[in-house]
Design a binder for this molecule. Structure first.
Ligand code: NAD
Ligand code: DAU
Length: 339
């Protein structure tokens, strides 16, 4: 099987490519990635000379590049996206382009190439927040920020291709992933690397928001299963049920690193901050999915990876990241008296 993986230089895509190549000796993978600030070929260092792997530098919005990359592929897994909620609040346009229009370009090319499976990687954020239940795949969508609204647009378009053209689309809705190689804008790598450097941890609002911290390898094995046994036209939640409040997660990181709680700075909240995400992954479990990492294990495995891999993240925290960090946090930290 030859698979077109898009966004394979990012966090989840790179973990998926490494996992899939290791477990499927006969597969071939073409990785199409634009290499935005979040794309990093270092993540694929281990497989770059594997003859079953090929990298194509390009944009999923570019029809010609996509058609060429798609040639000879049996399946597509679309990870490519703009992914950071805070950036989508500041500047939504790029999210609409890649997360909606890019999906359209991929779907058209995949249909023309008659691929046998198209996995659209979506997110639990499309359901919006819930205080008391875990959403199933039948629940209504209620995205509340430009990122999740764009992802909802992308997955609805993908599902329309199943209904309209009988095209074999499967949608996955993943919970918050943690693990190696996540860009340090996301909360766990940001807090871990800041704590290592004795910098403040900017906790939004009261810190009582809750996420399902699912290990990236568990997410990837879910996608692997969907490629093999997912039913076309269906949607599958991918969440381990690893719930933890942000404040507890922050304490866990500090405890593991032996750093003081005085590093925690409660800063102005994210606009429209979704208080709690929760999904029910029974449908995927019925296909045979069993996550390996519990809540603490997933978070601590991540913290320890960042401790051991300073050479990976230190260079990322300069340049573009520093400009973004100043924009996103300077005023907030000043207001909180943590200059
Ligand atoms: P990431 O930001 O780490 O990586 C995104 C990758 O996509 C990068 O390599 C980037 O260069 C590439 N990319 C961006 N725009 C592109 C374009 N126009 N053309 C080609 N490549 C492009 O993202 P991630 O956290 O690995 O997320 C991957 C996918 O999983 C996304 O679709 C995201 O919505 C979804 N998801 C993420 C999480 C999470 O917790 N990180 C959870 C559920 C779902
Ligand atoms: O739920 C799946 C989603 O998880 C994915 O679709 C997104 O691509 C991914 O980025 C992630 O979105 P979140 O917004 O939940 O992740 P983030 O790491 O940005 O924030 C996690 C929680 O931590 C959230 O409640 C906001 C809070 N937070 C985040 C940052 C960056 C802070 O308190 N301070 C921060 O500086």
């Amino acid at each position: 099987m030859r698979i077109l993986v898009t966004g394979g230089a990012g966090f989840i895509g790179s973990n998926f490519i490494k996992l899939y190549l290791a477990r499927h000796p006969d597969c071939e993978i073409v990785n199409l990635d634009k290499l935005t600030y979040a794309g990093n070929l270092e993540n694929l260092h281990d497989v770059e000379s594997d003859e079953r792997y090929r990298f194509v530098h390009g944009d999923i919005c570019d029809e010609a590049v996509v058609a060429t990359a798609m040639r000879g592929c049996d399946a597509v897994v679309n990870f490519a996206a703009e992914t950071h909620v805070d950036r989508s609040i500041g500047d939504p346009a790029g999210f609409l382009k890649t997360d909606v229009f890019g999906v359209h370009v991929l779907l058209e090319a995949a249909r023309a190439a008659d691929v046998s499976r198209f996995i659209q990687i979506s997110t639990d954020e499309v359901y919006g927040p819930t205080l008391d239940c875990a959403f199933t795949e039948e629940d209504r969508l209620n995205p509340r920020n430009p990122y999740s609204a764009s992802k909802a647009g992308g997955e609805l378009l993908a599902r329309s291709y199943f209904e309209t053209y009988d095209f074999p689309v499967i949608v996955s809705r993943g919970a918050n992933n943690v693990g190696p190689n996540q860009y340090p804008e996301k909360v766990i790598p940001l807090f871990t690397t800041n704590a290592i450097e004795d910098l403040p941890l900017p906790l939004y609002g009261d810190g009582l928001q809750e996420r399902d911290y699912t290990h990236v390898l568990d997410h990837c094995s879910g996608i692997e299963l969907l490629l093999a046994r997912g039913v076309p036209g269906e949607v599958y939640n991918v969440g381990a049920g690893n719930h933890m409040k942000n404040i507890e997660m922050t304490h866990l990181i500090l405890e593991e690193l032996g750093k003081p709680e005085t590093l925690i700075k409660h800063v102005r909240d994210r606009a429209g901050h979704d208080v709690r995400y929760a999904i029910d992954a029974t449908k995927l479990r019925r296909l045979g999915w069993e996550p390996e990492f519990g809540t603490k294990a997933a978070i601590l495995d991540t913290v320890r990876w960042y401790v051991a891999n300073e050479a990976w993240w230190k260079p990322l925290k300069s340049g573009e990241f520093r400009e973004y960090y100043e924009r996103q946090y300077r005023e907030r930290l000043d207001e909180a008296g943590a200059a």
